[in-house]
Write a protein of this length. Sequence first.
Lengths: 106, 555
Amino acid sequence: MTQEQVQQIKNSPKYQKLVSTRSKFAWTLTIVMLVVYYAFILFIAFSPETLGTKISPDAMATWGIPVGLAIIVFAFAMTGLYVRRANSEFDGLLNDLKNDLEKEMN
Amino acid sequence: MLGRILSLFMMASLTVAFAAGADLGAGTKAEELNVPAIVMFFIFVAATLGITYWASKRTKSASDFYTAGGGITGTQNGTAIAGDYMSAASFLGITGMVYLKGYDGLIFSIGFLVGWPIILFMISEQLRNLGKYTFADVTAYRLKQKPVRILAALGSISVVILYLIAQMVGAGKLIEILFGLDYEFAVVLVGILMILYVAFGGMLATTWVQIIKAVLLLAGTTFMSIMVMAKFGFSFDALFTQATEIHAKGVEIMSPGGLVSDPVSAISLGIALMFGTAGLPHILMRFFTVADAKEARKSVFVATGLIGYFYVLTFIMGFGAIVLVLGDPAGSYLAADGVTLKGMNNMAAVWLAHAVGGDYFLGFISAVAFATILAVVSGLTLAGASAISHDLYANAFAKGKVDEKKEMQVSKMATIAIGIAAIFFGIAFEKQNIAFVVALAFTIAASANFPVLFMSIFWKKLTTRGAVVGGYIGLISALVLVILGPVVWTQILGNETAIVPYKFPAVFSVPMAFIAIWFFSITDKSDDAQRCIDEFDAQDIRCQTGIGSTGAVAH
């Protein structure tokens, strides 16, 4: 890629839109995942008895178990969410951009 | 030629197996020879050697060898990643931890899992778009090849060797107990098989070994979990109630215990598990086996689902083992002291297989556990060999001016060398305390590999000096802090108190690496620094769009 092509792609509104929407989405999901996980870790560190509370007086299961399982399911759901949006919206933007570039090359 | 080697090898190993059996018959060893397990294991070995033979016909170029020509689909790769990640340490270790400590086992599972979404959002597509064979292709993309490749290779090889030590020692002990074979024989067998898979079948064979193993492991653990739940009328409360009645810790097993006692070690563990996963060379390498970014992201989706499902099963199996193994009325799974399990406490999953499925299912799970180790060591060996041949030989020292044939030869020689080293370490560390090696491997991956990789993708102002100084600071601080920590300093070296009281010191070493990368980059005023910064835009466009990246090779 020549320096000119680099500048041309960088300045293209479609490229800018792709990069900004996608990174915003990826960083948001990353931060959500980090917050969920470290909230869990901090509960374990500072207040283990919260997660050790029984779900109901006559149940043996504690809140820690549904919370733990929910984090596993949540992590998987987050990957699904990202893949879905990437396959439709981001790949759409990307193909659009690539078509434009090809036209300009010809 | 390969076919002949393989059949000779099969005959030789069968002979040795029967010889070992005859030996045991004479009463020289404590464990009995487990015939169904051995038969099932040899069926697995025969099938995988068949695959290796098939793969060897299709492995011609360097690209075939390192990445199966980029022709693996997202679903296949995701299953193989899950296979890489569900090591014997996860299967036996996490089930064993739930069995011993209850809820605390789940904390580890979650830590191991949450790295995956982050890999998807930040690393997987970027790696696929920028790299070719190893993650150093990405870190050295715009930086000076030689120093950055040497750093990446050192980081990779350290992680690979540490992980291999853990797997080989685990394999030897496991096989001794499960199959009644000698420790040394088991270690040599694992070493030879992994050399055969990798040297002849390359990434294609390694991938299929992983996939088959992942399917077998998931099928076996699903069956075990259903059998456990069926015994309790599919009621978790019934399972938990009986477990708390049997376990010495009683209701404490239902809540977070002393495993993660203070905030700093809790956070440090979290950092090591999360970012360590994103710095494991054998995992990162898998993203180059697919055609494009789309397949790379699909791989992570599939892998996260399978790994998450597997961890839920380990939780059920751990609790199931408390009731059905520890609580077995005849006490048939306990050692002479009546408290610990036969073999070791990590055997909870294996004895549970016997409790729910009898001798033949025990045989099946034993064979699967052995297959698991074989598959993981093959992936590790391939990653180590690639670091030697592609990063050190071809790019750092020959400066990219080598022909592919020569590079592949070096890679195969490196495979054999790593295999022999693994056998040697496996035997040398038999009686050593190796609890620190996995902690050290994850800490190095999180402190040396991950920060450099992350910054090279996202930070424009990264320079060669910053990456190299920061990477070595991460590597050395990880090493020093683990040596001064509780496992090595007190348990192995016998000192009174640890200088660093954390088993996973990532909370210190990871920020140190990032700060050093930042500081030594911004103060770098050399011409090369300016060149690194200038070349970022072109790298970023390829990273964002995949334009110009290496795709699948048509066959």
